[in-house]
Every structure is written in structure tokens, then in C-alpha cells.
Design a binder for this molecule. Structure first.
Ligand SMILES: NC(=O)c1ccc[n+]([C@@H]2O[C@H](COP(=O)([O-])OP(=O)(O)OC[C@H]3O[C@@H](n4cnc5c(N)ncnc54)[C@H](O)[C@@H]3O)[C@@H](O)[C@H]2O)c1
Length: 250
């Protein structure tokens, strides 16, 4: 099976959480489609090394350290992106934190950190990008299956991701018709984020998934590439499930 190819030459992607497993797949997909890529993550060395591996010439990639919980730094990244590449055509918020705690045992600081990284950051990033977004551009916020269904021992994460879904729908109404805003909701996607869950639950969730496997980061990147493309020109204010059917099976 061949994946659809979009022509993103002379387009610019701004991506948070670029060094994550899904972030890397998104960056690769957009870079291979010709886009300029502004890649951001917490650690400058890691994001620079990833950027070098994508584009050793450095011509189409800008690597910037960014803690998405710091609104002033988020503002500075959008300005730097615009200074280097001009208007932004695609904004994807992939930074996220998934840790475990039962509500009865959850300290305030753990709740607040989860909300800051998974929700506040999406507000800061979208708000900062708006003045720099091109006509007919697209925002995709990465939510989660947990934001629809809830998740035992992840109430903080699920609450934040559920809010990302409603935030994205609200923003879509505010920014139409210039900018489309959608969310994607991955289920269990191969990578470090789900390793702890799998070690605790074994094959339970894979058995529950009609497709009988984990998703691959490239499958999330494909959905995002579609949502940012002209093929999705009438698609806004929605969320796309990418979970092999786990959403309806339980
Ligand atoms: N992997 C899954 O199964 C899955 C399922 C549902 C949703 N998601 C969501 O998809 C997105 C990407 O997940 P992933 O699997 O690539 O996770 P990952 O853990 O591999 O990557 C997350 C990235 O976010 C970065 N990050 C964390 N805190 C940050 C901060 N304060 N500022 C900037 N960057 C920060 C990390 O450095 C890391 O590179 C996340 O939003 C996650 O919640 C993932």
C-alpha cells in the first residue's frame, strides 16, 4: 500500500514535541513532502540532532528548544519561524506527557503539570501562531482516545485531552474561514509513551483493538498530513480517531 503524497513545497510546518515518536514521524512526513519544518522540543541538542538527520543542509529545517508551558518562549518561537520562513501553513501540537496516578493519590503538582503540558500549551501555541498563519492554513492538535473515553489512573491526562478536543472545536469556529482547526485522537501508538501501560496490562488493549495491533506513528502522521492538505479543505472543527477501532470496542 502506498501512502498519499501531498506537495507541501513552500509550505511551513511548526511542530511541538518534535522529538517524540509521533513528532518524528510528522516531521519526516512533512519534510518528505517538501515543507519547511520548524521543529521544537525541550532539549536543544536532541532537536538539533534530529533536524540534522532530516536535513543536513539546514535549509528547510529550523530546530528550536521550547518548553511549551512557557508562553513567552512560545511567542518567540512563532516570531522566529516567521522571520525564517514567512507565514505558517500547518501548526501541529504534539508535545505531551502521559504519567500514572490514581486521583486519590494525585498531588496538586502532578495534576497541574499534566494540565500545563497537555492543555495550557495548546492554548499558548495556537494563540501565538494565529497572527502568523497563512490563508487556508491548518492547525491540528493531538488529543487522545483518553480524552473521549477517560482512562483509569490517567484522569489528569484524560481531562486535559478532553479539553483539547473542545478547545479545538471552539477555535475552529473563531478562525474560519481562514484557518481550519481539527484534532486527532490516537489510541495505542507504538513508542515510549505506551510502554509502561503495556508492561502493566500485557496484551489486554491489543486484544480489545479490532485491528489487533498497536498503531504506528506514521499512521498518525498520515492522518495529520491529510487534515493539513487541500483534500481536507472542508474539514474543520472535528476530531479523527486513529485507534484501530478501540474506541467502540470494550
Ligand atoms: N503514543 C500514544 O500511544 C499516544 C496516544 C494518544 C495520544 N498521544 C499524544 O500524541 C502526542 C505525541 O505522543 P508521542 O507518542 O510522540 O509521545 P512521546 O513521549 O514520544 O513524545 C512527547 C514529546 O513531548 C515533549 N515534551 C514533553 N513535555 C514538554 C514540554 N513541556 N515542552 C515541550 N515539549 C515537551 C517530549 O520531550 C517528547 O519529545 C502527545 O500529545 C500524546 O499525548 C500519544
Amino acid at each position: 500500500m502506498t501512502r498519499a503524497q501531498y506537495d507541501y513545497s513552500s509550505h511551513t510546518l511548526v511542530l511541538t514535541g518534535a522529538c517524540g515518536s509521533i513528532g518524528r514521524a510528522i516531521a519526516q512526513r512533512f519534510f518528505d513532502s517538501g515543507a519547511n519544518c520548524v521543529l521544537t522540543d525541550l532539549d536543544q541538542d536532541s532537536v538539533s540532532a534530529f533536524a540534522d538527520s532530516l536535513d543536513p543542509t539546514g535549509q528547510r529545517v529550523l530546530a528550536l528548544a521550547l518548553d511549551v508551558t512557557d508562553p513567552a518562549k512560545v511567542d518567540a518561537v512563532m516570531q522566529a519561524s516567521h522571520d525564517r520562513f514567512g507565514p505558517i501553513h500547518a501548526l501541529v501540537t504534539s508535545a505531551g506527557l502521559y504519567d500514572d496516578a490514581m486521583v486519590a493519590d494525585m498531588p496538586d503538582a502532578q495534576w497541574q503539570r499534566a494540565i500545563a503540558i497537555n492543555l495550557d500549551s495548546v492554548f499558548y501555541t495556537c494563540r501565538a501562531a494565529i497572527p502568523f498563519m497563512a490563508e487556508q492554513s491548518a492547525i491540528v492538535n493531538i488529543a487522545s482516545l483518553a480524552g473521549h473515553r477517560g482512562s483509569r489512573a490517567h484522569a489528569h491526562y484524560a481531562a486535559a485531552k478532553g479539553a483539547v478536543l473542545s478547545f479545538s472545536r471552539s477555535l475552529a469556529v473563531e478562525l474560519a474561514p481562514k484557518i481550519r482547526v481539527n484534532a486527532v485522537s490516537p489510541g495505542l501508538i507504538d513508542g515510549p509513551m505506551v510502554q509502561n501501560l503495556l508492561s502493566l496490562t500485557g496484551s489486554h488493549f491489543i486484544d480489545q483493538t479490532p485491528m489487533k495491533r498497536l498503531g504506528q506513528p506514521e499512521e498518525v502522521a498520515s492522518a495529520i498530513a491529510f487534515l493539513c492538505s487541500a483534500d481536507a479543505s472542508f474539514v474543520t472543527a472535528t476530531s479523527m480517531h486513529i485507534n484501530g477501532g478501540l474506541y467502540i470496542a470494550s
